[in-house]
Design a protein around this ligand. Structure first.
Ligand code: NDP
Length: 241
């Protein structure tokens, strides 16, 4: 039986591309969506029409109990999770001066606490089976910080630290933990940004495509990445090296 890969936020721009690339590698792909998101039926239908038999389960990644219930159901329905891609994320951009506690908390809970909430549910199984991949979606802004993103930069920097620490704990048990750090990628999240002006500071002179990040994530999920752990791999068109 093929391995199971779970992608949080798989209905988003990056997540969908990751699901598709993981399916191409032969994984049975499962995604999560925010409880109440009504787009799920249409999205699943669209994916089925393209030949992808994805399964989707509601999960609020900010909520430990929701994550526990979700993984319990996935394990029963599909099987134990072998690859976890912690991809769900949000932004609430504004200067620190204007940022409210709610803006700070929402971003930390969704981008960073989610990594704990989801990873905690699957890691013991991975170490018992002596194979697993944790792939965390960070950001260039967790590496360099970004104006108007103290909350997001803190969450993404936290992901980097957690990935490196976790890699040290579970390597002996056959589990790798890595992060990817994308720059500007064309998705809903960057839809309001002025690409024409921002691309001037990117050596490759354009935003990245979700597929480009998805290739990297799928490589990290594969056997081919077996000697890579604790890494943060930048994928940013040369924006920050
Ligand atoms: P999208 O906004 O397209 O997708 C974000 C996804 O996160 C959605 O599928 C959303 O699901 C999910 N999500 C948000 N909150 C929750 C929650 N509480 N519980 C469950 N799921 C949730 O953004 P991207 O695809 O661009 O972003 C994906 C990841 O890539 C994020 O972690 C982001 O920070 C990171 N990233 C993106 C970059 C870019 O330029 N686009 C650059 C660097 C990093 P739902 O719609 O169901 O709520």
């Amino acid at each position: 039986m093929s391995r199971v890969a779970l992608v949080t936020g798989g209905m988003g721009g990056l997540g969908e591309a990751v699901c598709i690339k993981l399916a191409a590698l032969g994984f049975r792909v499962v995604t999560t969506y925010s409880p109440g998101n009504e787009k799920v039926k249409d999205w699943l239908q669209g994916m089925h029409n393209l030949g992808y038999g994805f399964k989707a389960y509601p999960c609020d990644v900010t909520d430990f109990e929701s994550a526990r219930e979700c993984i319990e159901i996935v394990t029963k329905d599909v099987g134990p999770v072998d690859v976890l891609v912690n991809n769900a994320g949000i932004t609430r951009d504004m200067t620190f001066k204007k940022m409210t506690k709610a803006d700070w908390d929402a971003v930390i809970h969704t981008n960073l606490d989610s990594v704990f909430n989801m990873t905690k549910q699957v890691l013991d199984g991975m170490t018992e089976r002596r194979w697993g991949r944790i792939i965390n979606v960070g950001s260039v802004n967790g590496q360099k910080g970004a104006f108007g993103q103290t909350n997001y930069s803190a969450a993404k920097a936290g992901i980097i630290g957690a990935t490196k620490a976790l890699a040290q704990e579970v390597g002996r048990k056959g589990v790798t933990a890595n992060a990817v750090a994308p720059g500007f990628i064309t998705t809903d999240m960057t839809g309001d940004l002025d690409e024409a002006s921002l691309k001037q500071m990117i050596p490759l002179n354009r935003f990245g495509k979700p597929e480009e990040v998805a290739y990297l994530v799928s490589f990290l999920a594969s056997e081919k990445s077996s000697y890579i752990t604790g890494e943060v791999i930048s994928i940013n068109g040369g924006l920050y090296t």
